[in-house]
Design a protein around this ligand. Structure first.
Ligand code: 8YV
Length: 312
């Protein structure tokens, strides 16, 4: 019995690396000899274990003639070339469900942090400025209109979370959900115009590229807030920076950006934003569950059992 060769694009936590090392012959692309390793082992590699933000593009898939499966550590598969995988009959798995609760939590946290200006309050106390005077007044969250852009697993969980804040809930998606008692907006501009805070939970990829742009920000208006826990690509980021700088919208709580992790430095100069390092799923509990699911999918594949969470 020889261990299947797995190409890892980025490191996982130790609690995953140890069992991965025990079951597979790992090739670590992030290590110094990564590209040499790839050249030497391209015929042996049967699986890729990736991360949400590190994709498997056409060039990489094409370089691996015996690739059978791509296991994504994350729910978003927008960085994986799915058409190429489909053409080659390479299977793809992701980690849905196990991270939904955490991403919904951080969406609510970012709405509160941005509207109540929690980081500014913390800085006010920490710096001693409080002794010289109170910080300015902020915006209430409860009772407001919350617009959710994309009403899948994460969007619908955010709706459940914010229900406890006595908010009104509206959502935009391709079609109305018969199981959702909330206001459905077939038009994203109409949702933005209605909303006090707009929370973006869309899947990434070509169909949602820059879906949220200048017109949406104008519709959201100078009292409106934006939260993004989806992908940087769903937002027209230069338009967002302009809207924030010229106060076309009131503020934004952002977990995702273009060009992560080297994000546009304009963000750091804007005091109405709360910024997070693509960390919505970054709890110990969820990352352990994500790693387990990646390994369970790989184990199922190599044992000839059905995949737990295949990507359609
Ligand atoms: C990342 C994510 O995958 O699930 C997703 O789509 O974006 C995240 O969970 C995570 O940072 C691990 O790489």
């Amino acid at each position: 019995f020889s261990m299947p060769h797995v190409l890892m694009l980025g490191p996982y936590p130790d609690w995953d690396m140890l069992p991965m090392e025990a079951s597979y012959r790992l090739h670590k692309l992030w290590e110094q000899e990564g590209s040499d390793t790839l050249a030497e082992n391209r015929n042996s590699v049967r699986a890729i274990a990736t991360r949400g933000e590190l994709g498997a593009n056409k060039a990489l898939i094409d370089a691996l003639p015996n690739l059978e499966i791509i296991a994504c550590y994350g729910v978003g598969t927008d960085a994986i070339d799915l058409p190429t995988a489909r053409e080659r009959r390479i299977r793809v798995t992701n980690t849905p469900d196990v991270l939904t609760g955490d991403v919904a939590d951080i969406a609510v946290g970012l709405a509160l942090a941005t509207m109540r200006r929690l980081p500014a309050g913390d800085a006010h106390v920490r710096s001693g400025a409080w002794a010289q005077g109170n910080m300015g007044l902020v915006t209430r969250f409860h009772g407001k209109k919350v617009g959710i852009v994309g009403f899948g697993r994460i969007g619908s969980t955010i709706a459940r979370r914010v229900s406890g804040f006595d908010v009104e809930i509206g959502y935009f998606d391709r079609s109305a959900r018969s199981d959702a008692p909330h206001l459905f907006f077939p038009d994203i501009l109409a949702l933005a115009a209605w909303s006090d805070v707009l929370i973006v939970t869309l899947a990434g990829g070509a169909s949602t590229h820059k879906l949220v742009g200048a017109e949406v920000f104008r519709a959201l208006g100078p009292k409106g807030f934006l939260v993004n826990v989806s992908r940087g690509s769903t937002i027209d980021e230069p338009a967002l920076l302009d809207a924030l700088e010229s106060k076309i919208i009131a503020g934004a709580g952002l977990d995702v950006f273009w060009n992560e992790p080297s994000i546009d430095p304009r963000f750091a100069a804007i005091d109405t934003v709360v910024l997070q390092p693509h960390h919505a799923s970054g709890t110990v509990e969820t990352r352990q569950a994500m790693g387990q699911l990646v390994r369970d999918n790989l184990a199922a594949h190599f044992a000839g059992r059905p995949l737990l969470t295949p990507v359609a």
